[in-house]
Design a protein around this ligand. Structure first.
Ligand code: DHB
Ligand code: FE
Length: 280
């Protein structure tokens, strides 16, 4: 039977890609952020996942405002990055896990989630940067990919409660999968940040702490607020916490241990956070 080895959560700011490209990991601005990743890298080297199920949001590279699925699941043999306009070098492609993608898609539809199935899917910084951080200097990503994109961009957004339920339904799909893969679940984005408007630069440390403290023990606490309230608390882009909530649901109910946590303000406009949880 497949095993969920744990969950890894991290922010996904594009500027991180530029810092990696320019080798700025020891630069005083970047060091406190990059110092949060050796424990993630060591943990991954120990648990050795061969598949990653990644909850993230597309930022306009694959979906634009003219077509915005609430939940989209990839079913492609390969996922490529393309120029997103941040001046970043192109990120490496991913090999898809097609049979697992289709199994998850069939199981989600059976459970009445009206998802969009994507047999072609470009992936952006929200997917690539967490891998660049987790596997620095890799020639090729060591895991196959099942991407799950959540609309955190164009309102109406799904509720946090619905996203947790989606994640739990993905967990149920994994439980009925016959393969023997070692699966890591990943949630990207957040924590509090707002890129635009009057509150540009908004950060809320108290709310971020609330999210990190409850993620393992009481994820339902993160679903009590409406998405509009979450935007108020965390910023227009802080609502990317939805991706963390989906991934938390997918790792299963019990958490044995919080393996690692790092929190650093700011990276660009973002309260940057990293966590690793192991399931019970
Ligand atoms: C920033 C943060 C994001 O989550 C993103 O997708 C783009 C930019 C930022 O803080 O610059
Ligand atoms: Fe983002």
């Amino acid at each position: 039977m497949a095993e969920i080895v744990g969950a890894y959560f991290t922010s996904h700011v594009p500027a991180i890609g530029g810092a990696i490209h320019r080798g700025l990991q020891q630069d005083p601005y970047w060091k406190p952020f990059f110092d949060g990743f050796p424990p993630v890298q060591e943990w991954l080297a120990k648990v050795k996942p061969d598949v990653a199920i990644v909850f993230y949001n597309d930022h306009g590279l694959n979906f634009f405002l003219d077509k915005m699925p609430t939940f989209a699941v990839g079913a492609a043999a390969q996922y490529d990055n393309a120029d997103e306009g941040w001046g970043l070098p192109l990120f490496k492609s991913f090999e898809g896990h097609l049979p697992l993608s289709w199994h998850i898609i069939e199981s989600l539809v059976e459970d009445e989630f009206d998802i969009t199935t994507c047999q072609k899917m470009l992936i952006d910084h929200a997917l690539s940067i967490p891998f660049e951080l987790a596997y620095p200097n890799a020639d090729k990503w060591p895991t196959k990919l099942v991407p799950i994109a959540i609309n955190t961009v164009q309102h109406p957004l799904p509720s946090a409660k619905r996203v947790l339920a989606l994640g739990q339904a993905v967990n149920k799909a994994i439980q009925s999968w016959q393969g023997d893969e070692r699966i890591v679940v990943i949630g990207t984005g957040g924590l509090s940040h707002q890129l635009d408007g009057e509150r540009a630069g908004f950060i809320n440390q108290d709310y971020d702490k609330f999210c990190m403290d409850n993620l393992s023990v009481d994820p339902a606490a993160l679903t009590k607020d409406s998405v509009h309230e979450i935007v108020r608390l965390s910023g227009t882009q802080g609502v990317e916490i939805l991706n963390w909530i989906g991934a938390r649901g997918a790792m299963g109910e019990g958490v044995a241990a919080e393996i690692h946590r790092n929190y650093h303000i700011p990276i660009s406009n973002t309260a940057a956070a990293t966590m690793v949880l192991e399931p019970a």
